[in-house]
Design a binder for this molecule. Structure first.
Ligand code: ADP
Ligand code: ZN
Ligand code: ZN
Length: 826
């Protein structure tokens, strides 16, 4: 049944502009049928048809009376929400992102909304455990769907349309999702497992209106621990509805065997209660630690600066106690009933910080982490929408429906993982946070020990306020940093495989004192390349232009870009030589070599290969915290905000590799990584020691890291940026064309670059083959545009030119299959 409106259009006819979760550069206008006029509001989801057959839920962005110029205007089919799920402010942010990052509003919507909110023809659903427990709440139609699901594992939208014999099924699916009877099929994620906790209560008959019955205490007369447990339970059940077993034994100072004994006597009952994993902090909260003088001073400066500035940069050395400052600000906002967003670059890597914050703020803070399933995401979304105070999360937490945001904290603001690389919108979490905050008139605090050039530049120019914390908490000195020259060591025969004698000595010294060590090598696997010295054959990926990395544990050669793997060849496939060699080294090899040089040390490794399993990352950190690991070897994961007490030595195995990266940010990145990893040393008690191994010690960044004066690094680096017209002086837009046929991408780029060059002239650079010219069978070519940072009019004009060129290219015969990826501020 096709509904169209070539019928009567009266002055009162209403239309809705709808955002669809597709890469469309505009919204589509649908006519609102009379009976839905009252229900179609900005921010609610509506069901609409797009294309011949497909049904989507989209978000209403505008309701109006302007008749669109379509030949036929389709009707809104149904309305899913009574109240908006996003507010105008979110929609405004989506529009800003789409425009600034040359993305589409549909792509932004897709990134912004939890999956449960995005029903489409592709949606598949499964049955959750609640159906069998409580089917009573369902309507007849809902029951039909749920019952079909109890026979069949999953259903598609089409199946459900068939079962109900009707086209419009989204409202029913939505209702079943809300009631948690069904779940969206979660392909990659674990199946929904509500968290269960054991609770304890008095068995029937043993609890009266004013306490346990007297006979209860008769029954435990000679068992003092049991009596204590019962008294504790009585006391706790007066304060809370459900008493957790863990809390009971803690309060009573007993253990679970006592509870078991009481259950056996029939006095108590234990039962499992399902709890939501969000907003249910199970431990006792603690008071925040007392502020240090430096923290008090910083807080004072921050609030003074906030009177005039929207943004303050908190530049505090590693271990200065920035987290405590953030917590104070969060508590202040919470006390005033305002919302705070505390953003971290990678939430999975920052469990330590999240736990510290939760310990103090308890359930006032919601943690938006990647392990939440679709339902929990919706739960969290709704809590924020109804004004819940504080959220800790990664960049995607920016999309939450805040109502009353007063502060955004961007921790480790320099961290490159704030930038989304793929898919579009390729947005920067920090920069988007600034825009979000401006919408709410909220303040932004950027915190780091190693500011990004962009933020420090803004602080220098007075656009941002600047607050410094130059001492470590507790007055511990910053670590001593020394250079270990690998070339020299090699000549003096003081280089043992990848370890200089200096580093080995320092490690031995630390172990002897009962201290721990961290070793940083920014490559995982055993060796990044496997080659034949006779004919120069190299193991390369079949899909990408990269060498395969040798992984010893799995006896495999692996591609880090597409996951392709192959067995180790016994002889060179090109010339038959059996003398194949490995080149370079990764974390796995360092771990191996430690076994030779420091056989008594217990070594742990933290890189993408070891943190894959559930909670694996937290387990490694826990083992290191508990002293079960002496030396932790890892990639840049070990540089991120970790706080350990007994790390005496930090070693950087190869600084060269960080500095040689062909990117204008390489020096900045190398500086940040080295200072951050160095900052893990000697945080609590004694001054730590950092050893940086390098082949060529003359690189200026090496000296700057040793000196440890950020402004010295900044002064030199900012001049280079200015001289070579890079950010923060210029804005960059990189456009990558991709195709699986090299000739197609070449021809397409020729044409594309020609068009743009005609308009943009010399500000267009390239085309060039990027560092890795083929990834996952796609051949890539880049062009780059540079635009003066202060020339906003030109920026807008350039973006329009790019959009036009993109459309034109895709409409050109032979190039419709070319993929175009635009990256603003790459
Ligand atoms: P940063 O984030 O600046 O590197 P942290 O916030 O991790 O520093 O603080 C460094 C260490 O000092 C942590 O172990 C933290 O628990 C401790 N610390 C910070 N502030 C206080 C305080 N006011 N009282 C007690 N310990 C503190
Ligand atoms: Zn590959
Ligand atoms: Zn060979």
């Amino acid at each position: 049944m096709e509904q169209t409106s070539h019928l009567v259009v009266s002055a009162a006819t209403r239309y809705a502009d709808v955002v669809l979760p597709l890469a469309l550069s505009q919204t589509y206008t649908y006519r609102i049928p009379e009976e839905l006029v009252g229900s179609v509001k900005v921010g609610v989801r509506v069901e609409v048809q797009f294309g011949k057959k497909r049904l989507f839920t989209g978000i209403v962005q505008r309701v109006h009376g302007d008749t669109p110029e379509y030949a036929v205007t389709k009707f809104v089919i149904s309305v899913l929400d009574e109240t908006p799920i996003v507010f105008e402010q979110q929609l405004a942010l989506w529009n800003w992102m789409a425009s600034y990052y040359l993305s589409t509003i549909g792509e932004v919507m897709h990134a912004a909304l939890p999956a449960n909110f995005k029903l489409s023809s592709e949606t598949r659903v499964t049955l959750g455990p609640l159906f069998h427990q409580d089917p009573g709440l369902l309507s007849d139609k809902e029951y039909l769907v749920a019952e079909a699901l109890s026979i069949q594992e999953e259903l598609s939208i089409e199946d459900i349309q068939g079962i109900l014999d009707q086209k419009t099924v989204y409202p029913i699916i939505k209702s079943l999702l809300d009631k948690r009877i069904i779940y969206l099929q979660e392909e990659m994620q674990e199946k929904y497992q509500p968290k269960q906790v054991w609770c304890v209560r008095f068995a029937a008959g043993y609890m009266g209106a004013d306490g346990p019955t007297p006979e209860v205490f008769e029954l435990v007369k000679n068992a003092e621990k049991q009596e204590r447990t019962l008294l504790a339970l009585w006391q706790l059940s007066r304060q809370q509805e459900f008493v957790r077993q863990a809390e009971l034994v803690k309060t009573a100072g007993t253990d679970t065997s006592v509870v078991k004994a009481l259950v056996k006597k029939g006095i108590l009952e234990t039962w499992e209660r399902a709890i939501s994993r969000i907003g249910s902090y199970e431990e006792d909260t603690v008071d925040a630690q007392e502020l240090s003088t430096q923290q008090v001073a910083a807080l004072h400066q921050i609030s003074t600066l906030f009177e005039q500035k929207e943004v303050v940069l908190l530049h505090g050395v590693t271990g200065s106690g920035k987290t405590r400052v953030y917590m104070e600000l969060m508590q202040e906002a919470i006390a005033k009933g305002q919302q705070v967003l505390y953003m971290l670059p990678e939430i999975a890597l920052t469990t330590q910080i999240t736990e510290r914050v939760r310990k103090v703020l308890g359930n006032d803070v919601l943690v938006y982490h990647s392990r939440l399933n679709h339902n929990e995401r919706v739960e969290l979304w709704n809590k924020v929408k109804s004004g819940h105070a504080a959220v800790v999360g990664p960049r995607s937490a920016l999309f939450m429906p805040y109502t009353n945001l007063s502060l955004v904290i961007v921790d480790e603001e320099h961290d490159p993982s704030y930038k989304q690389r793929d898919p579009s919108p390729r947005y920067h979490g920090r920069d988007t946070a600034l825009v979000l905050a401006r919408q709410f008139g909220a303040k932004v605090l950027l915190g780091t020990a190693t500011p990004s050039l962009e933020s420090y530049f803004n602080a220098q120019s007075g656009k941002y306020g600047l607050v410094k914390m130059q001492e470590r908490f507790g007055g511990v000195a910053l670590p001593e940093i020394v250079i270990a020259d690998k070339r020299k060591a090699r000549l003096e025969q003081r280089l043992h495989n990848h370890f200089t004698a200096d580093l080995l000595d320092a490690l031995r010294g630390a172990l002897a004192k009962g201290e721990q060590a961290i070793l940083f090598q920014n490559r995982r696997g055993y060796a990044p390349s496997y080659r034949c010295p006779s004919c120069d054959w190299r193991s390369t990926c079949i899909n990408c232009d990269v060498s395969l990395t040798y992984h010893k544990f799995k006896e495999q050669l692996k591609c880090h870009y597409c996951g392709y793997s192959s067995r180790l060849p016994e002889a060179c496939p090109a010339c038959g030589s059996t003398q194949l060699v490995m080149q370079g080294f990764g974390t796995e090899k360092i771990e191996d070599e430690l076994l030779i040089f420091l056989p008594e040390a217990r070594v742990g490794r933290m890189d993408l290969d070891t943190v894959k399993g559930k909670n694996a990352h937290a387990k490694i950190i826990g083992a290191f915290e508990d002293g079960e690991i002496d030396i932790l070897v890892g990639t840049q994961m070990v540089t991120k905000g970790l706080d350990f007490e007994r790390v005496g030595v930090v070693g950087v195995l190869s600084a060269d590799q960080l500095l040689q990266f062909p990117d204008f940010r390489a020096a900045e990145r190398a500086f940040q990584l080295m200072v951050q990893v160095a900052g893990r040393a000697g945080r609590k008690h004694r001054q730590g020691k950092v050893i940086i191994q390098v082949e060529d010690a003359r690189h200026p960044v090496i000296g700057e890291v040793v000196e440890g004066v950020f402004s010295r690094f900044y002064q030199r680096e900012i001049q280079e940026r200015e001289q070579f017209a890079y950010p923060p002086f210029y804005r960059l837009i990189r456009i990558t064309l991709k195709h699986t046929v090299p000739k197609t991408v070449n021809d397409a780029m020729q044409l594309y670059a020609h068009w743009l060059r005609q308009e943009l002239g010399d500000s267009l650079l390239g085309p060039a083959v990027p560092l890795i010219g083929r990834v996952r069978t796609w051949y890539l070519l880049d062009v780059m545009v540079k635009i003066d940072r202060n020339d906003n009019a030109r920026l807008a004009w350039v973006k329009t030119r790019i959009r036009i060129a993109n459309d034109k290219l895709l409409q050109t015969k032979g190039f419709s299959g070319v993929r175009i990826a635009v990256d603003v501020d790459p």
